[in-house]
Ligand binder design. Structure first.
Ligand code: SF4
Length: 142
C-alpha cells in the first residue's frame, strides 16, 4: 500500500513502465521526492493495487491529492487514478520532460546515465514544487 500516509499528504504515483528508461526515470523521481526532498508530506503507492481495485488504495487516492508520473502518452498511472475516482492534481509525462533535454542520452531501463539523473532531478523538482503548492492551497482553505 501507500507508505505511512497522513492526512494532507500528497500521493506521488508513477506508472509501472518496465523495460523503458522512461519508467525508471518516473520511479526514481518519485523516490527522490517521497524519500528525500519532501518525505514529510508526500507518499507513494503501488499502481498495481489500484488496478486490481484494492479498497485501501482506492480510498487513498480519493482522499488525497495525487500527482501521477507516466512514462508515455498511454498515461497508465493517470488513467487508473481517475478510474478509481482519485483526484489527479497534476499529471506529468516523462517523455515530455525530455523535450528540455534534447540530445540527452538518459541510459537504459535498468541504469541511468548522468543525463538520465539530470532529467530525473528536473522532474523531482517539479513534483516537489507542485506538492508544496497543493499543501499551501489546502492550508489556505482550512
Ligand atoms: S504509461 Fe507508458 S511506460 Fe508507463 S506503464 Fe503505461 S505504457 Fe508503460
Amino acid at each position: 500500500m501507500a507508505q505511512t500516509l497522513k492526512e494532507g499528504d500528497v500521493l506521488v504515483i508513477p506508472c509501472s513502465g518496465i523495460g523503458k528508461v522512461h519508467g525508471l526515470i518516473g520511479r526514481e523521481a518519485t523516490y527522490m521526492v517521497t524519500d528525500e526532498m519532501a518525505s514529510e508530506n508526500t507518499a507513494t503507492l503501488c499502481l498495481a493495487l489500484l488496478v486490481k481495485g484494492d479498497p485501501e488504495a482506492v480510498d487513498a487516492v480519493k482522499s488525497h491529492h495525487c500527482i501521477t508520473i507516466d512514462g508515455c502518452a498511454k498515461a497508465c498511472a493517470q488513467k487508473n487514478v481517475e478510474i478509481s475516482g482519485g483526484r489527479v492534481a497534476k499529471a506529468i509525462q516523462v517523455a515530455e520532460a525530455f523535450r528540455n533535454f534534447r540530445g540527452a542520452k538518459p541510459g537504459t531501463a535498468t541504469a541511468l546515465t548522468e543525463d538520465g539523473w539530470k532529467i530525473t532531478q528536473a522532474i523531482a523538482d517539479s513534483i516537489t514544487c507542485e506538492a508544496a503548492n497543493l499543501r499551501a492551497q489546502e492550508s489556505a482553505a482550512l
